[in-house]
Ligand binder design. Sequence first.
Ligand code: NAD
Length: 504
Amino acid sequence: MSIESLASYTRKDWQKAADKVLASAETRFFIDGRYVDAIDGGRFENSNPANREVMAAMAAANARDVDVAVAAARRAFRDKRWSGLAPRARMDILYNYTKLISENTEQLALLDTLDMGKPIRDMLNIDLPSVIQTIQFMAEYIDKIEGSVTNTPSDVMHYVLREPIGVVGAISPWNYPLLMAVWKVAPALAAGNTVVLKPAEQAPMSCLRLAELFVEAGGPPGVFNVINGIGEVAGKALALHNDVDKITFTGSTEVGKLMLQYAGQSNMKRVALECGGKSPQVFMADTPDLGRAVAAAYNGVYANMGEVCNAGSRLLVERGIYDEFVERFITEGKNAYVPGDPLDPKTNLGPLVTDEAQQRVLSLVESGKKQGAKLEFGGDAPKLHGSYVNPTLFTGVTNSMRIAREEIFGPVASIIPFDGIDDAISIANDTIYGLAAGVWTRDIARAHRLIKDIQAGVIWVNCFDEGDMTQPFGGYKQSGNARDKCIESILSYTQSKSAWIRLS
Ligand code: NAD
């Protein structure tokens, strides 16, 4: 069923479809084009955070299972069953792949919603269209990856080739389970690599089907493999593996740092990191349209339950508009997101991913209260049977409080007042992170100053969280060292080879 045909589904339709999807959900690994069990039969529980019910026991990989998956990917790379195909043939397979993903929207959307609580309407409106666009964009570039011929004396020819890197290990998070995986897998495949993906253990189901659909679309077996398991076991074994040529990781800064260590302890594999954030939005007193700005402020931190790496969780508001901004945020933002059943197409706020995540967010809320911030609304859990947290707003926050320093990964907004542009820049940059920022002003010179002086990989001006596939997405500082989406992303899955040919 395509995305469009699902628009009329009611909550009841989704529940019926969910029961069917769960009854046939795959729990094993997908290696070499088929489903296989863990060698020692290890399993871990997978629950639905909206009702806390255990849905499945998923196969849990250990180092030996990782060896099997990496060996399959290595064989597929070595015999060139993928990189050796004509670029057009690979493009056709990936285009066919997007068609199959679209046809399997119902199943894929449900698997992520059941796994991590994302509202089903977000899966239809945001995640799956973005998954399809990502694969299309990367596919379109396959026959445009070029090398170069350089200027040399006439008795020499020198050319530079771009070649795939080899076996790519991808480790992904649970907040956009399919999309974050595809941001890694699609450019890696487009560049001719083979892949072993380890999705987050909190949302392990959908990526198995994603890999299976690649084979159904005509992709050779062994090119795209998926193992599941606990990060400290399966993820670690993959990142430490001596036959993995590159690790591409999206997740927390803490685990991102481990990736660099694992690479150093093993084969010095390349490491691409997309990590955490604590993004500021700076609202200057001359913010052009306060209504739109306030909406961008609450959408930027409450959408996807605040479980977004670039969530605009620090709202820096210039003193001259502070009172009006706060008042409007309370009036318009307080009820904009209503916790509910993620399978109800009207719901725009699901549960947090786990009970631990809920407890962590609530304890950070307590720290905000203790450190003197003013709780304007929320700060508690609604009376629903799941790991929910109500949309929350703190005002009078200073940048030294824990709620302004730590990535909360929940629907918690902090408004911080400032005086003048220098103060704004200094607060915006006073963080270990540097993923993204929003700036709001009518003054073009002021906008350029903020763009230049704020240390972040993505800056939005008079908007927030917009963009398309051409946009490099990634961080400065401890938000990481990679860029997803964009052409730079495909090229980062290639390496150059210089051929210096003496002709005389
Ligand atoms: P996480 O770091 O806990 O886990 C991410 C992945 O790493 C999971 O697959 C997990 O199993 C694995 N892992 C955990 N410990 C490991 C270890 N010791 N060795 C190897 N692998 C290990 O992150 P999460 O909770 O899944 O995701 C939330 C984080 O992801 C947030 O910090 C968020 O900002 C970040 N994120 C960043 C981006 C970006 O583009 N920059 C996008 C989405 C999410």
